[in-house]
Design a binder for this molecule. Structure first.
Ligand code: SAM
Ligand code: SF4
Length: 475
């Protein structure tokens, strides 16, 4: 059992705002970092215990370069120990960029008259998804602006449409959502369409800073957004993703805000968030903000390592907002999911003539524009095991990250075999010869590491079936 009520500084109530800025600042001021304390806390996290706010604050306050190294090493050890070498791959699909809000950092904001507004028609969604399937994608996150056009019924319609599109061996097996907060009824409607994770990023957990950046529309309401994923839980969506947009306010505060959000979910629903995202502000059309809180690369690595240690059972997502170099660096400290072959411009997966980035058509700039195959190549070269697994979600094994973390042998029994099987499908159906060769070698190495059990023999049998054309085998 990971939830210890004493870890929550204030009693939690469902659907009630739970962030107290003074409490967060107090933790940051009072919990000084001594080498002994930092080491104790790292050891606690490596022992698979999730950290309190006070303990996380100690790690945040560790400024000494040698201690920062120890924190990074701790995160690395925890990642290797708990999650192994798998990296799950997905792609974002922007459905529409109409927006009634005015988030000053976002190219889609209503006041940006230069933005070219569009919503993909059903025919265009089909073309986009076919192009994504032709690349080998199996997991998508659909992204929408906030606009009456993007009602829960419309979102559910697009999800159903995406699941129905099959081309050759291609199919999308998991659709996640990043869209505006809904009411409970709305969340019920999208749940019925069979979504995976519903993500809503708080952007900044600091209420005053939140007001600086959110100048109009429904998103102005800090509390409505903060409690959005409680409404999702009430509607039965227990697979939720939280996030903060780093660069809006002090990163130290935001890390504690994310941890506070995670422990609120544990307290109220007995399950933490499925994923945490930590986008950094990127260039966007007419982006106009002072750079006071921008997070540099060193701080970024640090905060990811701290999050890994603080909430060890949650998936960490890193997107193509970051450069290939930064992605490669931070993946070692705890990231478990990345996107590949990402294009943000609406309609650009299927429109090969239109591949130049145009900030008037995108929400922000993509910094890693490598193809899915280039990313898979690099992952294999770095000894990661690329995975398109969607098994837990389809077998109703909710709380999969928690199980990976807490059920002995879960990764060996389920995650690694499923990563191997889904990679094998990719290699057979989509990979160029060179990648296929390296990929099969990587599969063999991973099988060797799994040992010589009856299950390994079963995986080998399934791999043979995949070579003969059977698809979608999973444990
Ligand atoms: N419109 C919905 C919303 O605001 O929640 C969902 C989609 S929004 C397009 C997805 C996320 O992109 C936002 O939550 C925000 O964190 C991030 N984002 C917005 N502008 C950005 C920028 N300039 N750089 C990096 N990320 C940005
Ligand atoms: Fe609209 Fe979302 Fe961009 Fe805000 S972040 S302007 S809500 S698309």
């Amino acid at each position: 059992m990971i939830f210890n009520p004493e870890q929550c500084a204030i009693p939690d109530e469902r659907m009630k705002p739970f962030i107290d800025p003074e409490e967060i600042w107090r933790h940051l001021q009072e919990n000084k970092a001594t080498p002994e304390r930092v080491r104790e806390i790292i050891a606690k996290a490596i022992g698979k215990n999730r950290l309190t706010l006070a303990e996380t604050a100690v790690l945040i306050n560790a400024d000494d370069p040698a201690l920062i190294e120890e924190i990074k090493q701790g995160a690395r050890t925890l990642k290797e120990k708990v999650y192994g070498n798998r990296i799950v791959l997905f792609a974002p699909l922007y459905i529409g960029n109409k927006c009634t809000n005015n988030c000053t950092y976002c190219g889609f904001r209503a006041s940006n008259k230069d933005a070219k507004r569009m919503t993909l028609s059903d025919e265009e969604i089909v073309k986009e998804v076919e192009a994504l399937e032709d690349n080998g994608q199996k997991r998508l996150i659909l992204v929408y602006g906030e606009h009456p056009h993007y009602s829960p019924e419309y979102i559910a319609h697009t999800v159903n449409l995406v699941y129905s599109i099959k081309r050759g061996p291609g199919e999308i097996r998991r659709v996640n959502i990043n869209a505006a907060p809904l009411d409970i009824e709305g969340f019920r409607t999208v749940k019925e369409a069979g979504i995976g994770t519903y993500q809503v990023f708080q952007e900044t957990y600091h209420p005053e800073a939140y007001a600086w950046y959110h100048l109009g529309g429904k998103k102005k309401d800090y509390e409505f957004r903060l409690t959005s994923l409680d409404r999702a839980q009430e509607a039965g969506i227990d697979d939720v993703g939280i996030g903060a947009l780093f660069g809006l306010y002090d990163w130290r505060f935001e890390v504690l805000g994310l941890v506070r959000h995670a422990n609120h979910f544990e307290a109220c629903y007995g399950v933490g968030p499925h994923t945490i995202s930590f986008p950094r502000i990127q260039a966007a059309s007419m982006l106009n903000m002072d750079g006071r809180y921008l997070v540099n690369d060193d701080e970024f690595v640090r905060l990811i390592a701290i999050l890994r240690l603080a909430v060890p059972y949650t998936g960490l997502i890193l997107t193509a907002r970051e450069t290939a170099r930064v992605r490669k660096e931070v993946m070692r400290f705890g990231v478990s999911q990345i996107d590949g072959g990402t294009k943000l411009e609406l309609g650009s997966y299927s429109d090969s003539k239109n591949q130049d980035q145009d900030l008037n058509k995108e929400q922000f700039k993509v910094n890693d524009d490598r193809s899915l195959n280039e990313i898979i190549d690099e992952l294999i070269g770095e000894k990661y095991l690329p995975s398109f697994c969607t098994a837990c979600y389809r077998l109703n094994r909710t709380g999969e990250h928690f199980m990976e973390f807490s059920v002995p042998g879960f990764i060996k029994r389920f995650c690694t075999p499923n990563a191997i099987l889904t990679l094998a499908e990719y290699l057979e159906d989509y990979a160029p010869e060179e990648t296929a060769k390296k990929g099969w070698e990587a599969i063999e190495e991973n099988l060797q590491e799994l040992g010589n059990s009856a299950q390994v023999q079963d995986i080998r049998n399934r791999l043979e079936k995949i070579k003969q054309g059977t698809r979608d085998l999973y444990y």
